[in-house]
Write a protein that binds this ligand. Structure first.
Ligand SMILES: CC(C)(COP(=O)(O)OP(=O)(O)OC[C@H]1O[C@@H](n2cnc3c(N)ncnc32)[C@H](O)[C@@H]1OP(=O)(O)O)[C@@H](O)C(=O)NCCC(=O)NCCS
Length: 171
């Protein structure tokens, strides 16, 4: 298996891959593939952080990390947003998503980014160092019931990345 950044030639295959792999997702909105397309044509897109895992020229995993921000009192602080990460059904539970997450975080750090936000299951994302954003006094731009606050998470790529940062994260 190798991990590499996506190129234009991959876009159609990624669209179909995401659509298919999210059919078996626990949580989905059904528009994950459109979110990726829209992100590519926005200033949130970071081509180096849209990665494919491939084996024998087939896409078996994908991750996109894009730009977003935490806002407070009209001040915006740039951060990253992980969505989506996805693995072909028959390749799950072999550590492929973990490799995509670790590789993209390594690259993100090299690019100078300091924190990554996401909405997801804490039992999975805790292992990468994600904690609820509420621990940092950061709430989500989308209304979330209090019992799901724990699912809005952030991972500091460098120690104290969020020191002094609070407000609303745009998701
Ligand atoms: C979530 C997903 C990306 C994990 O990929 P993977 O390559 O199987 O992940 P890894 O091999 O790195 O990790 C497997 C672990 O994740 C756990 N896991 C998988 N999906 C999970 C989920 N939705 N919630 C909580 N835990 C999950 C597995 O139980 C396993 O746990 P264990 O290591 O304690 O046994 C994959 O299941 C997938 O593509 N799902 C459909 C799309 C999706 O839901 N994406 C996440 C939201 S953006």
């Amino acid at each position: 298996m190798r991990i590499r950044p996506e190129t234009k030639n991959d876009f159609d295959n990624i669209y179909n891959f995401i659509k298919a792999t999210f059919e078996t997702a626990k949580v989905k909105d059904g528009h994950e593939q459109d979110f990726i397309n829209n992100t590519r044509y926005s200033d949130k897109y970071i081509p180096e952080l849209a990665l494919i895992a491939e084996k024998n020229n087939e896409i078996i995993g994908y991750i996109m990390i894009s730009k977003t921000y935490v806002e407070k009192n009209d001040k915006k602080f740039e951060v990253l947003y992980l969505a989506p990460v996805s693995v072909l059904l028959e390749y799950r539970n072999q550590g492929i998503a973990s490799k995509l997450i670790n590789e993209s975080f390594k690259l993100a750090k090299k690019l100078g980014f300091k924190s990554v936000f996401l909405a997801g299951d804490p039992t999975y994302y805790n292992r990468f160092g994600f904690v609820p954003t509420i621990n940092h006094d950061i709430k989500c731009s989308i209304p979330v019931p209090e019992e799901l606050y724990k699912n809005i998470m952030v991972c500091e790529l460098v120690p104290d990345a969020l020191k002094g940062i609070s407000g609303i994260v745009k998701m």
